[in-house]
Ligand binder design. Structure first.
Ligand code: CMC
Length: 427
């Protein structure tokens, strides 16, 4: 429903009247969908000013540094809820009652195992395959196991697939890790909570008992919550676009995993730790900042800046607190944390970073916590993918249940005008 009107005046054309929509909060949106019929497109590379859809799931105010899931601030969720509660909220729109939460947790527990044949996929990968490559391929391959629930027009099928993916993601993530270190995979333990079970599958072996530390399990759970959803980011938009074609949900989530892998997106947590290791010492921080400001040097401070946040990323605040908690609880004195804190301090005071509103983002501190937990570097983005699966599924469900139109952007064509083919001997 339109709440207002805008007029677009283009030289040489009649002024065009456009509808303006008002969200619950946030900027108004001008509906430009009628322009194509008038022979005009809009162009917005990187989609900085383009709303690709209407959504009720997550709200971000980048200027204020606010992130709300279904209206609830991220810090309140991270400090009070568990990851599965946040999954329920994202998927269903409301926090669960005790009974609903128990039922949800029970369903997740019952679907944690994967088919024995899935192990064959992992065995087929080279020993040094990147876990993101394995995860992406195996998630896509799940569609070959679950023909029974691929009718995306059926809400029950959508629900079954959603629960399967949330339940099996930790199992597959841990299998990818175990393959990369040549250890046997462990079956999930359904007496453990979601995050504790993940840590057990990651670090346990069949040879001895493995006691999961509650502190680490809680930190892991917080990390999953902080990654659960983030509005129409690159991977979520990829999932929505793939889903708009009617592709099955396993294929759509695999496309999200592929998009997440890039260093500008989920790959940044891995890149942050590599960067801190390269900086190596607090005394080298100043020169790293100088390099980041140099236009002729492609080096950027990883974990800094965000397309939407022009203030502190609210997830980074919780992440930093969790980082301090975990390190002091474990009695770890990580030299990378000292470098990170110094870097943050210098960057926050530096004119270049202040002027461009470049603040630490979610990835800046997550790598240090993951290192403390014992998660290897090449698994960092897998952890992000695991947490983000709930958000991807919430958006996929919202899109499939409210919109059936294929996503199909247009372009500003700057190639050759029409010309005639010349045979090769005349060229
Ligand atoms: N270090 C140094 N300069 C930077 C940085 C940085 N990390 N980020 C942006 N800039 C500069 C950039 O060079 C540009 O300068 P100018 O206006 O003079 O050309 C200006 O700030 C605006 O940057 P942009 O690249 O136009 O901004 P963007 O919105 O297109 O990119 C970003 C956002 C996150 C890709 C970028 O800030 C970046 O590459 N950050 C490092 C990678 C990173 O931490 N990514 C994780 C993002 S949060 C988690 C997630 O979404 O997955």
């Amino acid at each position: 429903m339109s709440n207002g009107k805008a007029t677009l005046a283009i030289e040489g054309k009649e002024p065009l009247e456009l509808d303006v929509y008002q969200g619950t909060i946030g900027p108004d949106c001008v509906d430009v969908s009628s322009l194509a019929g008038q022979g005009v497109f809009t162009i917005d590379e990187g989609f900085a000013s383009t709303a690709s859809c209407e959504s009720k799931i997550t709200y971000i105010d980048g200027g204020a540094g606010t992130l709300l899931h279904r209206g609830y601030p991220i810090d309140e969720l991270a400090n009070n809820a568990d990851y599965l509660e946040v999954c329920y909220l994202l998927l269903n729109g409301e926090l669960p009652t005790k009974e609903e939460k128990k039922e949800f947790d029970d369903i997740v527990r019952k679907h944690t195992m994967v088919s024995e044949n899935v192990a064959n996929f992992f065995n087929g990968f080279r020993y040094d395959a990147h876990p993101m490559a394995m995860l992406c391929a195996v998630v896509a391959a799940l569609s070959s196991f679950y023909h029974d629930s691929l009718d995306i027009s059926d809400p029950e099928h959508r629900e079954i697939t959603t629960m399967r993916l949330i339940s099996k993601m930790p199992t597959m993530a841990a299998m990818a890790y175990k393959h990369s270190i040549g250890q046997p995979s462990l079956y999930p333990r359904n007496d453990l909570d979601y995050s504790a079970n993940f840590l057990y599958m990651m670090f346990g072996t069949p040879c001895e008992d493995y006691e999961v530390s509650p502190v680490l399990a809680r930190a892991m759970d917080k990390i999953f919550i902080l990654h659960a959803d983030h509005e129409q980011n690159a991977s979520t938009s990829t999932v929505r676009l793939a889903g708009s074609t009617g592709a099955n949900p396993f294929a759509c989530i695999a496309s999200g995993i592929a998009a997440l892998w890039g260093p500008s997106h989920g790959g940044a947590n891995e890149a942050v730790v590599k960067m801190l290791e390269e900086i190596g010492d607090e005394s080298n921080v100043d020169s790293a900042v100088l390099r980041a400001k140099d236009k002729d040097d492609p080096f950027r401070l990883m974990g800094f800046g965000h397309r939407v946040y022009k203030n502190f990323d609210p997830r980074a605040k919780v992440m930093k607190e969790t980082c301090d908690e975990v390190l002091s609880e474990l009695g770890i004195d990580d030299p990378l944390l000292k470098i990170a804190k110094r870097l943050e301090q210098i960057a926050l005071e530096d004119e270049y970073f202040v002027e461009k509103k470049l603040y630490p983002n979610v990835d800046f501190y997550s790598g240090i916590i993951l290192r403390a937990i014992g998660i290897p570097l090449n698994m960092f983005t897998v952890i992000f993918a695991l947490g983000r699966t709930s958000g991807w599924l919430a958006h996929w469900n919202e899109m499939v249940s409210t919109n059936s139109r294929i996503g199909r952007p247009r372009q500003l064509y700057t190639g050759s005008p029409q010309r005639s083919y010349e045979s090769i001997d005349k060229r």
